[in-house]
Ligand binder design. Structure first.
Ligand code: FAD
Length: 382
């Protein structure tokens, strides 16, 4: 197992770090206040190739493996999580379906524009009655000639207001349960496609969530992703393949919180000494550092497994669970180390604390990851 980054990736990683530190960090407070990512930052991200992080070189992307991607995601995670989510959702669940399951015609049609950031990707699985139980979809797709007609409502869709291309799961045969679900590539300009209510939330400001309403939405048959009946399996694969990237972003955020916390603990004087000299504070920092180092090793191990095309169902679920829990534990300790200022909105700690919370919910809750792990253990020990 070799996690050594080649020179090209190291170069890219340095460039991304410079961009995050010198440009995105400067506008973090602005993103929080305005609930918008400045257009200049989006344009610079395009120039750096960040929108093509998951796309092969032949379609205009960076063409890097999962270990390389995680190295860049770690940098992208070390800033405002609204920005991290814009890039993460596009390059993760918004793009992976077409890259991994798209046919040549679909890849040529969609990926170059997505790699350049001219068209943004999103993933639309969740519905009011289908959250953790994604087999309970109510959105239907009925074949009529050379089109499918989609009807239904999706909610909580990340990038819904920015995205142009959606991977949408809908029921084509209700009698077959999970095997009756099909995935489609849906363009926002297709007739009958509407972005619904904007959904305000606890954190992730700058990243917009909204409903998607499909009203007799016309999708050409050539936009079926892989084949009819494969939609549920596709959704699970997309989510599993996205998990190393999500963990790497959580890792970047956690490392940022440790950096801020150690620096603060060395500067803040109470009882005539820097608070890092109080053992209770020092131990919190040690626990944060151990969690982060364990997450780093685990993330790159799973990324390596992805690159080696090994089966990752159990490990991806473990990593999703562990990465989210570590980020939440670290954020909680970061608030504690900072004391009152950790709770004050002029300082970034409380923002990370709020933003960390969603990682235990989206792309499969922590409880669902435990169910997946237990299911795999059950099989292994049978
Ligand atoms: C900010 C945000 C962004 C999102 N982005 C997207 C997106 O881009 N695309 C998309 O499709 N979806 C998206 N989602 C949806 C997200 O993936 C779901 O919210 C999540 O999967 C949980 O579903 P739910 O909210 O319906 O909760 P529920 O499924 O109702 O779960 C409620 C509680 O019950 C628990 N629970 C449910 N079933 C079980 C079980 N079998 N065993 C143990 N516990 C269980 C859950 O763990 C949770 O604690 C997003 C959500 C949010 C909030």
């Amino acid at each position: 197992m070799n996690f050594e980054l080649d020179e090209d990736i190291q170069f890219l990683k340095r460039n991304v770090r410079d961009f995050i530190q010198n440009e995105v960090e400067k506008v973090a407070m602005q993103i929080e206040e305005e609930n918008e990512i400045p257009g200049r930052i989006v344009e610079m991200s395009k120039e750096l190739g960040l929108f093509g992080l998951s796309i092969p070189e032949e379609y205009g992307g960076l063409g890097i493996g999962m270990v390389g991607k995680c190295a860049l995601y770690e940098e992208i995670g070390a800033t405002h999580n609204g920005y991290t989510t814009l890039i993460g959702a596009h390059t993760g669940i918004g793009t992976i379906g077409i890259v991994d399951m798209g046919n040549e015609q679909q890849k040529k049609k969609y990926l170059p524009d997505m790699a350049a950031g001219h068209r943004i990707g999103a993933f639309a699985l969740t519905e009011p009655a289908a959250g953790s139980n994604a087999t309970n979809l109510k959105t239907t797709a009925v074949k009529k000639g050379n089109k499918y007609i989609l009807n239904g409502t999706k909610h909580y869709i990340t990038n819904a207001t920015e995205a142009d291309i959606f991977t949408v799961m809908a029921v084509t045969d209700p009698s077959k349960g999970a095997k009756g679900i099909t995935s489609f590539i849906v363009e926002k300009d297709f007739p009958g496609f509407h972005v619904g209510a904007f959904e305000p939330k606890m954190g992730l400001r700058g990243s917009h969530s909204a409903e998607i309403i499909l009203e007799d939405c016309e999708v050409p048959t050539e936009n079926v992703l892989s084949e009819e009946g494969q939609g549920y399996v596709n959704a699970l694969k997309i989510l599993a393949n996205g998990r190393a990237g999500l963990a790497a972003r959580n890792l970047g955020s956690s490392q940022k919180l440790l950096d801020l916390s150690v620096n603060y603990a060395k500067e803040r004087i109470q009882f005539n000494v820097p608070i890092i000299e109080h053992q209770a504070v020092a131990h919190m920092l040690s626990e944060m550092a151990v969690d982060i180092e364990a997450l780093r090793s685990f993330t790159y191990r799973v990324a390596w497994m992805v690159d080696e095309r090994k089966k990752i169902i159990k490990e991806a679920a473990m990593l999703k669970l562990f990465g989210s829990e570590v980020y939440n534990r670290v954020a909680d300790k970061a608030v504690q180390v900072h004391g009152g200022i950790g709770y004050i909105s002029d300082y970034p700690i409380e923002r990370f604390y709020r933003d960390a919370r969603i990682t235990r919910i989206y792309e499969g809750t922590s409880e669902i990851q435990k169910n997946i792990i237990a299911g795999q253990l059950n099989k292994e020990y049978s």
